[in-house]
Design a protein around this ligand. Structure first.
Ligand SMILES: C[S@@+](CC[C@H](N)C(=O)[O-])C[C@H]1O[C@@H](n2cnc3c(N)ncnc32)[C@H](O)[C@@H]1O
Length: 488
């Protein structure tokens, strides 16, 4: 009937992909052998791109017409970032990057990869750009993007790069199942691409490309592509992609635009603006995405925020195929824009999503309430279910949700209180901080859901149900529940 599933692959994969500061590798973790990738930095300030590589990159930017006068790339606590070269007012353009520097579908089409696979159009856009990235890395100094590739991080703190030991810290979380799901998806894409493209074009990929290399490319795209540049528009924009995220920037508007395409033949230009005033020498930040939960931030970028509105839990509800009223329930759900399975993202300190109780009531209909599923009510049933149907039905939804919360909470290895104690310790590795933040956040939301339904259980006797509302509508019961006789 109703299940709280600790996973949400569906949501994740449907979602856009895009990483941290002082991303220090955990001291316990020996670096994996990596055959293809260059000795670029492993996302940590300590391993930030060498001064020489950064200088090279800056020279490359100027020689290629990227406007670098107002902001320059520099080592910052988040790895690399953009620093203001002078005082910049809000709205000022801080970086302009001509299209010829982008790694996008057009660059794929114009490359060896494009030639080898019919323009690259048959590939998923992210797979095509990932292959271009790997091919250009394989070309070493011959690649036109070599100075850019040399400053890319080897890893971020995204959970896709965590060791098994590190992943143990998020046991029981939705983030773990999502991470595993994403890695499986990337692995399966790798296997097809390896068979169909890499092995068939050994001249383009003379060295070995491993699934770790492919995962690296996926992680780079996921952490660096501007969220709106999805699908066919997916593009790595060197220089602009050095901008880091700040939780203090809360403006919704986009901090970038694409200018100039087709205007008097002028080449398209990616233009990044600062959304706040920045003083000379300070770092320029943007808001990556106000809608992402901490689990999504951890998966995409490898950092989280302390803000409670980022703590969320996705409840998955399902109409069971073994339900005797399966067909009717499914029909009603579909008529109202939902399906056999429905996902509800619950955010800490926020009310339950509006349709969740309605859907839950539908799932829990049985016994004498089943009359409401009859065809006669098909157009009005959803409206009826927006309010309590019967004491039995309302009690069932509370039980279902409380049982599900209990079993989800039992799957975590620590309690919220234990997490809070651990998080007070000094010098916690960044990945452990992420793990604690996400698992504590999920548990708080589950606790909140349980509290909501516990309170509801206590109020069952005082609620007004369908039959009572119906009698009132017919004028047979007064507002205080008294029976109205014809003779009075
Ligand atoms: C678009 S890139 C920005 C450039 C990146 N700092 C670098 O060194 O290449 C996104 C990555 O930067 C890091 N990052 C950005 N904002 C951060 C923040 N507020 N805290 C920690 N890391 C951040 C994360 O590693 C993230 O995956």
């Amino acid at each position: 009937m109703a299940t709280l599933q600790p996973q949400h692959h569906h949501l994740l994969l449907r979602h856009r992909p895009p990483p941290p500061r002082l991303r220090l590798r955990l001291p316990t973790r020996p670096p994996r052998p990596h055959r293809l990738l260059p000795p670029a930095r492993a996302v940590s300030a300590a391993a930030a791109a060498s001064t020489a590589a950064l200088e090279d990159f800056r020279r490359w930017l100027s020689s290629q017409g990227a406007v670098e006068g107002k902001a320059f790339p520099a080592a910052v606590p988040e790895g690399l970032g953009l620093v203001a070269a002078r005082d910049l007012p809000r709205g000022e353009v801080v970086a302009e990057v001509p299209k010829k520097l982008w790694m996008d579908a057009d660059a794929v089409a114009a490359s060896d990869i494009g030639r080898a696979c019919g323009g690259g159009g048959g590939l998923r856009p992210w797979v095509a750009v990932a292959l271009l990235l790997l091919r250009e890395v394989a070309r070493g100094a011959d690649s036109p993007w070599a100075p850019y590739l040399a400053i890319l991080p080897r890893q971020t703190d995204s959970t896709i790069f965590w060791s098994e030991e590190e992943l143990l810290e998020i046991q029981g979380t939705q983030l773990l199942s999502t991470t595993v799901g994403v890695k499986e998806y990337v692995q399966s894409e790798f296997e097809s691409v390896e068979a169909e493209i890499i092995n068939a074009n050994k001249d383009l990929f003379p060295g070995t490309i491993t699934s770790d290399d492919f995962l690296w490319a996926f992680g780079i795209l996921r952490s660096r592509v501007f969220p709106e540049l999805r699908g066919d528009k997916l593009a790595l924009i060197p220089f602009a992609d050095l901008v880091n995220h700040s939780p203090t920037i809360t403006s919704e508007g986009s901090s970038w635009e694409i200018k100039g395409k087709g205007l008097f033949g002028r080449e398209a230009m990616f233009s990044l603006r600062t959304s706040v005033d920045v003083k000379s020498g300070e770092q320029i930040y943007i808001q990556y995405d106000l809608d992402k939960s901490n689990a999504e931030l951890a998966l995409d970028y490898g950092f989280i925020e302390s803000n409670s509105s980022r703590d969320s839990y996705t409840v998955t509800l399902e109409i069971s195929e073994s339900d005797p009223f399966y067909g009717d329930k499914l029909d009603i759900a579909e008529l109202n824009g939902l399906g056999e399975t429905a996902y509800f993202d619950i955010v800490l300190d926020e009310p339950l999503p509006s349709q969740m109780l309605t859907y839950l009531r539908l799932l829990c209909i049985g016994g004498t309430d089943a009359f409401i599923l009859e065809a006669l009510f098909r157009n009005s049933v959803w409206g009826h279910l927006e309010l309590p149907l019967s004491p039995d039905n309302e009690e069932s939804i509370c039980q279902v949700m409380r049982d599900a919360c209990k079993s989800a909470l039992d799957a975590y290895q620590t309690t919220i209180q234990e997490d809070e104690e651990i998080s007070q310790r000094e010098n916690l590795p960044p990945r452990l901080k992420i793990a604690i933040g996400v698992r504590a956040g999920e548990k708080k939301v589950l606790q909140q859901i349980d509290d909501i339904f516990k309170q509801r259980e206590e109020e069952l006797d005082g609620l007004e149900y369908y039959q009572e509302r119906r009698l009132k509508d017919l004028g047979l019961v007064g507002d205080n529940g008294e029976i109205i006789f014809w003779e009075t």
